[in-house]
Write a protein of this length. Structure first.
Length: 463
């Protein structure tokens, strides 16, 4: 990001250019700026969005449009004249156009698709036909392919002819007459080869593919494991359908991270920027989980009601209820967050469940022991300072608190670590096992553990 002083200078220059009302001057100024700087001007000058996009060259307008936030994109499309909208959508790369249309209502998609030329319309409808969240929605048909019998000189002729509209030429794809993918070869290998050498002499048959129906997370993992800027997308019969570039995967990874963070906070994923989302829609996104969590906490009240007689007999036990249940909730939330994050980056799979459980059992016992010792020590020290606070049973109460913390913390770590894996096994999103959800679940069970331990140490004495 440039220094603040540069941003202000650019903004001042833009204001001077707009004030001149010289349209050619405005156009020249905008076309000399970096794409990211033009996007910044659009964000800073919402009233001039339409003018900025209208005065950019078509190619640069498309480059700026595809990096803007969805809300801004919608506003621009709505404000532009129909002819300019059609030109802009036709100029957008097929994958970026599909990503934008995927976020619009079906009636708006129908109208905008009509503005596309026949070739782009066919491509767009084909991409929109793939399931939402699939690799097919990310891929672009703009790539360079050659045949195995071509020579290196033929390859360069093909590049000169078709590369202008290609998403990338870092990798050239080799197919046969049936359209089946045979190999992908880096451009540097062609540059270093003799011009009359044939393509099949450069092939090694080592290539990685994605399938159009794969989940986009599969593409994310493939790019992380392989040093590629693009990967080919094939059908189940190995026909080359398109390519996915790393920039698109990075956008998806960022969106999924944002969604997971929102779900882990105990809310539905927001499909619009926070400040742009209508208040009532934001309310609906949040209220559902709050109601579920509230109903869960009602079980805590029910559990306390079940142990009402015990609390009346030993009021001192009530003093430690917040301590016990919060410790369990905190450790459960901690474990849940760690496991969800590890699953998101591919460090943990379902096959690792037993290793995870063993580690969390050890962690639960160690963490519980630390908190238990602190809790026990606190009771004993407090009994020395204020002798009447716990009566003659301070030692037993201290043991109750200490062992309860061990049990609750152990249960919290197990619940927090296993719940994301169970949800993944059931086909649900692990992020749903959010910190508030785990904390609520552990609260109820924590009370049962606490009073069970209290029975063991205090039965016949205080209970």
């Amino acid at each position: 990001m440039p220094p603040l002083s540069e941003e202000i200078t650019l903004q001042q220059q833009f204001e001077e250019v707009i004030a001149s009302e010289d349209m050619l001057y405005v156009q020249d100024f905008l076309n000399r700026q970096n794409i990211s700087d033009v996007a910044g001007l659009i964000y800073e000058n919402e009233d001039f969005e339409r003018n900025i996009m209208s005065h950019l060259s078509l190619h640069r307008a498309a480059s700026v449009f595809k990096i803007l936030e969805l809300t801004t994109q919608k506003r621009i499309i709505k404000a532009l004249p129909p002819l300019k909208t059609a030109e802009l959508l036709n100029e957008l790369p097929a994958d970026d156009r599909t990503a934008f249309l995927s976020e619009l209502p079906s009636n708006a998609v129908r109208e905008l698709v009509k503005t596309l030329n026949p070739e782009e319309r066919k491509v767009t409808l084909a991409l929109l036909g793939y399931p939402e969240g699939s690799v097919g929605r990310l891929m672009t048909p703009d790539y360079v392919y050659v045949y195995e019998h071509d020579t290196v000189e033929d390859v360069f002729s093909t590049i000169r002819k078709y590369a202008k509209n290609s998403e990338t030429i870092d990798v050239i794809y080799v197919i046969n007459n049936k359209g089946e993918l045979l190999d992908d070869i880096r451009i540097k290998d062609f540059i270093m080869a003799n011009p009359d050498k044939s393509v099949n002499e450069l092939m090694d048959g080592r290539f990685i593919t994605l399938h159009a129906e794969d989940d986009q997370e599969v593409a994310n993992e493939a790019f992380k494991m392989n040093n590629r800027v693009a990967l080919p997308v094939v059908s189940r019969s190995n026909k080359l359908l398109g390519i996915v570039t790393i920039d698109d995967v990075l956008w998806v990874a960022n969106e999924e991270f944002s969604e997971d963070m929102q779900k882990m906070g105990g809310t539905q994923a927001l499909d619009e920027p926070y400040l742009d989302m209508p208040i009532f829609k934001l309310f609906r996104k949040r209220v559902g989980w709050l109601v579920v969590l509230f109903l869960g906490e009602m079980f805590t009240a029910t559990a306390m009601g079940y142990f009402e007689d015990e609390i009346q007999k030993a009021v001192v036990l009530a003093l430690f209820i917040p301590l016990i249940i919060s410790s369990g909730g905190n450790t459960g939330s901690q474990a849940s967050t760690l496991i969800i994050q590890a699953m998101a980056v591919g460090e943990i799979t379902l096959a690792n469940w037993w290793r995870v459980m063993r580690r969390e059992i050890i962690q639960g016992l160690m963490l519980g022991a630390v908190l238990g010792i602190i809790g026990f020590t606190r009771v004993i020290i407090w009994a020395k300072i204020i002798p009447d606070v716990y009566g003659s049973q301070a030692y037993r109460i201290g043991l109750t608190v200490g062992f309860s913390l061990v049990g609750v913390v152990l249960w919290g770590t197990l619940t927090g670590s296993m719940l994301p894996l169970i949800l993944k096994k059931l086909g649900a999103d692990p992020a749903v096992s959010s910190a508030p959800f785990v904390a609520t679940l552990v609260d109820v069970t924590g009370l049962i553990i606490y009073f069970s331990v209290a029975y063991f140490f205090l039965q016949g004495i205080l209970l």
